[in-house]
Design a protein around this ligand. Structure first.
Ligand code: BGC
Length: 731
């Protein structure tokens, strides 16, 4: 099989799995049919060839002179296509990336744009499941209107390393937060009759060597961290599909892992949907026996295993005919359950309405890390110098398969370069939403100048004459490439230091795919993390700077001071040959990912998980933890003690579990309050966060459990204790 560029890559008071007042589950959209029964009937009517035809998808994109297989010729460019079986009413399966908006690979569908959402880390910073639902729904709506019935999102790998090139597609370092938001995004997408795919299953937590590395981790740690995020996400969202990852997990490849696919996903969790491979992740036909149901983007593998080679295996009796029926059944079952078999018809998209979802996402996702009182910007500020980050034309976005071509087209595409995957994808796309233009619009009386920051010394001179300087600093990240370090690239630290030395009234706005090292932090007045803020990100940044919007984002990933605080200060395999096989030892931190690691090791990061400032202040009291049904719930009062309306994100952490001290997020809420307003809220606490994994299920040790109600993962808050009896919950 020919290789291609891609192949070289080789009223919400919810927390946890508690009740949520969200629109009805998507998967009930086709309520009149029993999807299992219907799928079984159709599978029984299918010929053998028809069953096999469902088991692989092809990318209808030609990467060289060879023609595409007949089946996909004439199809628009997309990630994967399976032809229809019209006589049985089975639609074509049309697969598109992904969670940050509908993509247009290589912009091959000329002029086709889509609403670009803020990054996954921005969504996670909102701690808002309703926003996740709305975002997923928006993408599902655009996918269907463009002719796609399977979305290859959402990504929900845990952020174990703040240099991982794909963290911007994911939902942070905590399993409860990632699972809750991921599951609600899936619900949103599927409410539009589009199958959602959670990925990359599992522990695909660095991009360096992703096609060759072996993630090493003991089962209990895996169950309590990365798998727990998927478990919660799958329970809430009921995604039609799960995408297995490129890497190995404790030996076998993730897409050929009997333990992950057959045992955990299908047996323990009772998952009824289908497992599709990542593109180019299938190395053998026997993955069919290990639990893989569909070989996706199949021309990227050495062979289209799930066609001729699979037929041969079945003929020899090495894989059963029942398994082939099961594979087809799972695919059809999900299409029927979600209503993705409904005919697709091109439809008008309400980009204005969708832009509002993107704007809200960016506003709620912005995290104010530091503020010495310089923000919100005083209306009387006369001379403002805006520096760097291409803030004159737009905001940065992340690269790779999740790259969206935004509405209005790219403001610029900056060539980064590289070979292999980077030759095709190594381009930084600037989304056309200029923070500079938005600031000028909001502050018509001010004199606002822009300086690209290209010559730091000249910029510093200009900074001396300004009343305030706002420096935009960017860090582009892309799938398949980790940031080698946490440093801002291209000398931006020097630029910020020079500006801050010239004018202490400086604000730094970060547009980064990850936490970054901030050696200048103490010298600037304020720091705002805007992530990749998407289609209306410029406006959102200006709204928060001027105080039109009160910041409410909280970090979903800790900002370590530098790499020396990480479990692996060096990225395993970095700089090594592309085909190097190596282990990544995740047993160092085990289930203690991110803030849990810092808590365990007594390390003080620059900004911990959960941190984020507001222009108002909040007080918490009456904190109680009480048994509720089979579980626990926390209740407390949140009061806005300041003069501005705003949203608080109270967080409940388990701090002591039967004599063991720790920090684990067990529940959270997002509460909007007018000045002076108080509200009592109740938050369910997630049992699987309180328990530990023991060989055959979750176990709660008897003893006293102390919880704290806090404003971030590492600062103490009010506490409440409860005595728990021993409990074992079988898997
Ligand atoms: C990525 C997946 C993506 C697929 C199809 C792969 O390279 O890892 O996340 O869905 O390509 O574009």
């Amino acid at each position: 099989m020919r290789k291609c560029a891609l192949m070289l890559l080789s009223s919400i008071t919810l927390a946890g799995t508690g009740t949520i007042a969200l629109p009805a589950a998507a998967q009930t959209s086709n309520q009149q049919v029993d999807p299992d029964k219907k799928a079984a009937q159709v599978v029984a009517e299918m010929t053998q060839d028809e069953r096999y035809a469902l088991l692989h998808s092809i990318m209808p994109i030609a990467f060289g002179p060879e023609p595409l297989p007949k089946d996909v010729q004439g199809q628009p460019a997309m990630a994967g296509y399976v032809p229809p079986i019209s006589r049985l009413g089975i639609p074509a399966i049309t697969q598109t990336d992904a969670s940050l908006g509908v993509t247009n690979p290589f912009q091959a569908r000329k002029g086709d744009v889509a609403t670009a959402l803020p990054s996954g880390l921005a969504l996670a910073s909102s701690f808002n499941p309703e926003l996740a639902y709305a975002s997923g729904k928006m993408v599902g709506n655009e996918a269907r209107a463009k002719g796609f019935n399977v979305l290859l999102g959402g990504g929900m790998n845990l952020a174990r390393d703040p240099r991982n090139g794909r963290n911007f597609e994911y939902l942070g370092e905590d399993p409860l937060l990632a699972g809750t938001l991921g599951g609600n995004a899936v619900r949103g997408t599927q409410s539009e009759g589009v199958v959602s795919t959670v990925k990359h299953f599992a522990i695909n937590d660095q991009e360096t060597g992703r096609n060759t590395l072996n993630s090493v981790i003991d089962e209990a740690s895996l169950r309590m961290s990365d798998l727990l995020a998927f478990e919660i996400g799958i329970e809430i969202g009921q995604p039609g599909s799960v995408m297995c990852a490129y890497n190995r997990v404790n030996g076998p490849w993730a897409c050929g892992s009997d333990m992950l696919l057959n045992q955990v996903l299908k047996k323990d969790w009772g998952y009824k949907g289908w497992v599709m491979s990542d593109w180019g992740a299938v190395h053998d036909v026997d993955y069919a026996a290990k639990g893989l149901d569909q070989q996706a983007g199949a021309q990227l593998d050495k062979e289209i295993w799930f066609d001729g080679p699979l037929k041969a295996k079945v003929a020899k009796g090495e894989i059963s005919q029942d398994r082939i029926s099961d594979m087809s059944q799972r695919i059809l079952r999900s299409l029927y359950a979600v209503g993705a078999d409904r005919p697709l018809a091109k439809a008008e998209i309400d980009y204005d309405a969708h832009g509002k979802v993107a704007l809200k996402g960016a506003e709620e996702g912005i995290v104010l890390l530091k503020n010495n009182g310089i923000l919100p910007l005083a209306a009387s500020t006369k001379n403002i110098l805006v520096v760097g980050g291409h803030a004159d034309i737009g905001v940065l976005s992340g690269g790779g398969s999740s790259q969206v071509t935004p509405v209005g087209g790219p403001a610029a595409i900056l060539p980064i370069g590289g070979e292999g995957f980077l030759a095709a994808f190594g381009k930084a796309l600037i989304v056309p939403s200029s923070p500079l233009a938005a600031l000028k619009e909001q502050l018509p009386e001010a004199n606002i100048q822009f300086d690209s920051g290209y010559f730091p010394n000249a910029t510093a001179q200009a900074a001396k004459h300004a009343d305030m300087v706002i420096v935009f600093a960017t860090q582009w990240q892309i799938e398949a490439l980790d940031a080698g370090s946490m440093a801002l690239p291209q000398g931006q630290d020097d630029l910020i230091a020079a500006v801050a030395a010239a004018n202490p009234n400086s604000v730094v706005v970060l547009e980064t795919g990850n936490p970054v090292h901030m050696p200048w932090a103490k010298d600037v007045g304020a720091i705002m993390e805007a992530w990749y803020p998407g289609q209306r990100g410029g406006e959102a940044i200006a709204n928060v700077l001027t105080g039109k919007v009160n910041p409410s984002g909280r970090l979903p990933i800790s900002f370590p001071v530098d790499e020396s605080q990480l479990p692996r200060p060096e990225i395993p395999g970095l700089g090594g040959p592309a085909d190097a096989q190596f282990d990544v030892d995740y047993n160092i931190e085990g289930a203690d990912v991110g803030y849990r690691w810092y808590a365990r090791e007594g390390i003080k990061p620059a900004y911990p998980f959960g941190h984020g400032l507001s222009y108002t202040s909040f007080a918490h009291d009456n904190f109680k933890v009480t048994p509720k049904g089979d579980g626990l719930s926390a209740s407390f009062t949140v009061r806005n003690t300041g003069k501005t309306a705003g949203a608080d994100v109270p967080q409940v952490y388990l701090a002591d579990a039967a004599g063991k001290s720790m920090r684990r997020l067990a529940g959270f809420d997002r509460v909007e309050l007018a000045p002076g307003e108080a509200r009592t809220v109740t938050v369910p606490l997630e049992w699987r966060v309180i328990a530990d994994w023991a060989t055959d299920g979750w176990e709660v040790a008897p003893g006293t459990y102390r919880f704290i109600l806090a404003t971030d993962a590492l600062t103490d808050g009010v506490s409440a204790s409860v005595k728990l009896k021993a409990r074992h919950i079988k898997k």
